[in-house]
Structures are given as C-alpha cells and as structure tokens.
Design a protein around this ligand. Structure first.
Ligand SMILES: *Cc1c(COP(=O)(O)O)cnc(C)c1O
Length: 401
C-alpha cells in the first residue's frame, strides 16, 4: 500500500474534513467491533489467502483490460481502454467488496448478512456472497423499487435471501436504509451490516475502498504490460463511489489525471440529476460527513438519473476529499450522453455496458478528441443485461440519439 492509502483516512475515519462516524448510541459498540475486526483480521495471512482464492476461483479474477480500438477510432484522438469489471462474477464490481465483507463476517463468527438495496444490485451481490458462505441474508428494499426491479428481487430470492419490503415514506432507498439499520440493531451480535459502497460511517468507506483496490492494482499492472506506460487519464462513474475509488487507489500516487464522472440526469436543475460534487455542499448524511445535494430545508434532495445505481444525494467522503484537495477531478455526463455511449459500446465493441458504466464511456468519447496521442483508461463497472429491456422499451435502438 502507498503512503496515501496507509495514512488516509486517519484513525477516526476522516479523509481531511470528511467521513467519521456519527452513530446512534446502540450502534457504537457494533461499529467498534467491525473496526477492530477489520484492522486485525483483514491483515491476517489466513484472510488474505482465503480472499485470493475466492477472487481467482469463484469471481474469475483477474478481469482483463480491453483496448477499445473501434470506439477510439470512432471518437478520434486518445486511445480508450476499459477495465472489465463487467466480467467479474455477477456482472459488476460490487461482488469485490461483498465477498470480502462476507469473509470478514465469517471470521468474526457472524452467521448473517444484512443490507439495504436500491435497484437491487447490492442486494444480489450480497445474497451471492451469503450463498457462497452458507449464511443467512436479509435485504431491505423499498416497495417502489421492488415493483421496478422485479428480476433482481427474483435473483435475491433464488440465492436464498429474505427480501423485506419497506412500505413507509417514499418507499425507496432512503427508507430502506432506515429500515435495515433498525432491523440490524437487535441482531448485531450475530449479523454484519454490509454497506454497498464507499459510504456510511467509518470504517466502511475505508474498508470498501481497500477491498475494491484490487481493481486498480490489476488495471495498473495490466495497462503497463499492454502499453509499456501508465494511462494519462483514469476515469470512472461515481454514485457512492466504490468502483471509482477502487480504480483510483491503484494510481493515487502516479502522475495520472483522475476523473470521477457524475450523472447529470436530464438537466442541472435540482431534482433532475445526482451530480453531488458538481452541485452539492458540505453536510451530513447516513452517519458521515461529505458533500450532499440539499433541498431548500437542508435535507437530502430528490435525485434523478437514468442509471439507478448512481442515484444517491451524497457521495463517498474520500471523493469529497480528493475533490477539495485537487487530487481528482469531477465532471458529469447526462442521461442522453450515457445512452448514446450505451448504444455505441454495444454496436462497435460488442460490449453492452451497465447504464452506470456508460457514463464513464461517454466521458471517454467526449475527452478523446481533445487528447490526441494520449490514453484514457475507464472502469467498465458492470454489464448492461439488467438494462436492456428498459433501454429498448424507452429509447428503441438509439436511432434518435
Ligand atoms: C452500483 C453500481 C455503480 C455505482 O456504485 P459505485 O459505488 O459508485 O461504484 C456503478 N456501476 C454499476 C454497474 C453498479 O452496479
């Protein structure tokens, strides 16, 4: 690990001004237990050996880096490369931290995994990990999301998870978080709450980043191997920010420009995007300090993006820190650009990307003409099978984009 990764966050979980753990008193001892277990267990030879085995023989790692030659020719300018997390088991990067969180839970003697899920992607990844380890799994999901994301609900049930419908308030992700935390408190002696991105109270932003670091470690080595040099630009979409932090971590002390790509949705009007760093301000959300999109009352604002995995009015605290210190840059792509990228990558490279990942593809094709002779490495965080029905029913085959 580099000095930056070792020193950040500090012992209290702060990345500069951001992060920390603002917890209701009943959860304080449980998060202390997780922190201590992570510090001790994740450094043990046994844990490292088990995790390596799982990554290789169950997840199918390492995933490759692909040169997107046709897309590069189409865009003109820079050469575009993609780290293929769509080829990770279950089709996205989320399994990287879910398997590691579940392995930690096993070493802690826990028998159950719990979480909230929005679109269902985190729920499916965690249910997969629970099935692998023979653990119980309880996923809280808003009723609106359950109706919208039926295939993921079926997947979770097939994998043996219990899906708890959340019927109060907006019946979506925010309520699912509240419901899951409430259900966790009386079960915390035998359950681990497994957060799905580099968000939440310390130690989760650090822990999830370190579990996703494998993406950046592999990508750096593979890119060097392929081209003999480092990429000039490294980019990834940012919802909570875990796939971006995983890739960034591999290049954090290199002379490489890092770009997080936020979803601009349908417009820059509050409520019509989820570009937290672009438009947010400092604030607290879900037990940590970060940048937040706020409404007129100072509460988390409603958000929109075509990619449901990116619709969060907060962002991982480390991204707020990297932005404030200028170590990383943050920009955005809107729904239309992401959709165009979705069709382009499918048609010209034979890779159907997740709509989330399509935001990074859109960034690459937009930046390529401005950077002739340079290279852009993006994280293709997931595959788009989950999105094909919605996309084609709503936008046909992209004729009008
Ligand atoms: C969940 C998800 C994301 C967004 O999560 P991050 O924590 O911001 O990486 C991005 N891509 C895919 C495919 C996802 O499933």
């Amino acid at each position: 690990m580099t000095t930056y990764l070792k020193d950040t966050p500090n012992a209290d979980g702060y990345f500069g001004d951001y992060g920390g753990a603002m917890l209701p008193p009943p959860l304080v001892p449980h998060f202390k237990e997780i922190r201590e277990a992570y510090d001790k267990i994740s450094k043990s030879a046994e844990f490292i050996r088990d995790l390596r085995y799982i990554r290789k023989h169950f997840q199918g790692r390492p995933t490759p880096v692909s040169h997107l030659k046709n897309l590069s020719d189409l865009a003109g300018g820079a050469q575009i490369y993609a780290k293929r997390e769509d080829l990770n088991h279950t089709g996205a990067h989320k399994l990287n931290h879910c398997m590691a969180e579940a392995l930690l839970a096993k070493h802690m003697g826990k028998t159950k995994l719990m979480a909230e899920t929005g679109a269902g992607q985190h729920g499916v990844a965690l249910a997969t990990a629970a099935a692998y380890f023979g653990m119980e799994c309880e996923i809280h999901m808003g009723e609106i999301d359950i109706a919208k994301e039926a295939p993921n609900v079926t997947r979770m049930k097939l994998l043996g998870a219990t899906v708890v419908p959340v019927g109060f308030g907006g019946r979506s992700l925010k309520e699912a978080v509240d419901s899951a935390f409430q259900a966790y408190v009386p079960q915390a002696d035998h359950a681990l709450f497994a957060i799905g991105s580099v968000v939440g109270p310390h130690p989760f932003p650090m822990m999830v980043r370190n579990f996703q670091h494998i993406v950046g470690i592999e990508a750096r080595e593979q890119f060097l191997d392929m081209t003999g040099e480092l990429p000039d630009i490294v980019a990834a979409c940012v919802g909570g920010g875990s796939n971006a932090m995983g890739l960034f971590a591999g290049f954090i002390e290199d002379d490489v420009a890092l770009y997080g790509v936020e979803p601009m949705g349908t417009s820059s009007k509050l409520g019509e995007h989820a570009a937290t760093i672009s438009f947010g301000e400092d604030g607290d959300i879900h037990g940590f300090r970060t940048m937040v999109l706020k409404d007129e009352n100072g509460d988390p604002a409603p958000v929109h993006t075509v990619a449901s995995g990116l619709d969060y009015p907060g962002v991982g605290p480390e991204h707020a820190h990297l932005y404030r210190t200028g170590k990383a840059n943050y920009t955005s792509a809107n729904d239309k650009e992401a959709l165009k990228a979705f069709f382009d990558l499918s048609r010209h490279e034979g890779i159907i990307p997740a709509l989330e990942s399509a935001h990074a593809v859109a960034f690459a094709t937009r930046e390529a003409p401005k950077n002739p002779g340079k290279s852009i490495l993006i994280n293709l965080s997931g595959r788009g099978d989950k999105d094909i029905d919605y996309v084609t029913e709503t936008f046909g085959f992209g004729e009008d984009l």
